[in-house]
Ligand binder design. Structure first.
Ligand code: MN
Length: 278
């Protein structure tokens, strides 16, 4: 089998890469629409159609120091075991001095990298881009649900900055008042968001943060959301003004015959890699 690489570019060796993409075809914890397990492959294949010249940066991205890891095989024995398995790889990549980029998969997967960085750097910033607050303690009888993706890092004291939110349960509003700032959709006040974040930041991006007219292919779509250019402006500002420890992109569930969602996700990642690495 030929290893699929992001953008289809000739990649450097793992040793020389600055960011490592970890595809995780896993959606065991999804509760509404499933299919996010097909997201990583669809996004990587779509990326091979993306123009490598970035018109905004005026740079060709065909030599990005990226390495695409082989897909991480799901551990279906338990969600806890899967999180431990993913956390071990994230730790390895981080300790090798590289930026781990987790491509999901359902959003429960963000538990692993966000809790890893929350343990390593007490008070670390988590920029959480999502339609949903994802701070439930338990959902469908599990603490490892997609609805709890941010809860573990929050409980460890991470500084949670949430953008694009337009669905959250009252108990989360009442309960999670400490070290948490929420910017409701559609507002993306870049300077205020930067001011709310410390220097070290992990970014978790649920693709449903974008308007579902742009990304209808997702497990828990919410109408409204933030726009493409607002998101790019925010990501560019964070990439240039903060230390990005790692990031993830979750919840793209491909719809057969509909190719624009995975293309948009691939383009979004390409833009962000350009801001961060070019
Ligand atoms: Mn979501």
């Amino acid at each position: 089998m030929i290893r699929q690489t992001f953008l289809g570019i000739e990649e450097p060796s793992y040793e020389k890469a600055r960011a490592v993409i970890i595809p995780v075809p896993y959606d065991v914890m999804a509760s509404y629409g499933t299919g996010a397990r097909f997201g990583p492959d669809a996004i990587i294949r779509a990326s091979q159609q993306v123009e490598t010249y970035d018109e905004e940066l005026e740079k060709d991205l065909d030599h990005l120091p990226l390495f695409t890891h082989e897909p991480l095989a799901p551990d279906k024995s338990s969600a806890e075991a899967m999180m431990d398995k993913l956390e071990a790889i994230v730790k390895e990549v981080d300790e090798d001095g590289k930026i781990p980029v987790v491509l999901g998969g359902d959003h429960s997967l963000s538990i692993a990298p966000s809790r890893y960085f929350a343990k390593k750097y007490p008070g670390v910033g988590i920029l959480h881009l999502d339609a949903h607050s994802d701070l439930r303690t338990i959902w469908e009888e599990s603490p490892f649900s997609h609805a709890s993706s941010m809860r573990h890092a929050y409980n460890l004291g991470a500084n949670m900055v949430q953008v694009g939110i337009r669905s959250m349960p009252k108990e989360v509003v009442d309960e999670c008042k400490e070290h948490r700032k929420v910017f409701l959709a559609p507002d993306v006040p870049v300077e205020e968001i930067l001011a709310a974040l410390p220097d070290k930041v992990y970014i978790s991006l649920d693709i449903d943060v974008l308007d579902p007219s742009l990304i209808p292919a997702t497990g828990t779509p919410e109408p409204g959301g933030i726009g493409w250019y607002d998101l790019l402006k925010l990501l560019r500002a964070v990439a240039t003004k903060k230390q990005v420890l790692g990031f993830d992109l979750m919840e793209l569930s491909p719809v057969p015959g509909l190719i624009h969602p995975e293309y948009a996700a691939a383009r979004l990642l390409t833009k962000f890699f350009g801001y961060l690495l070019a």
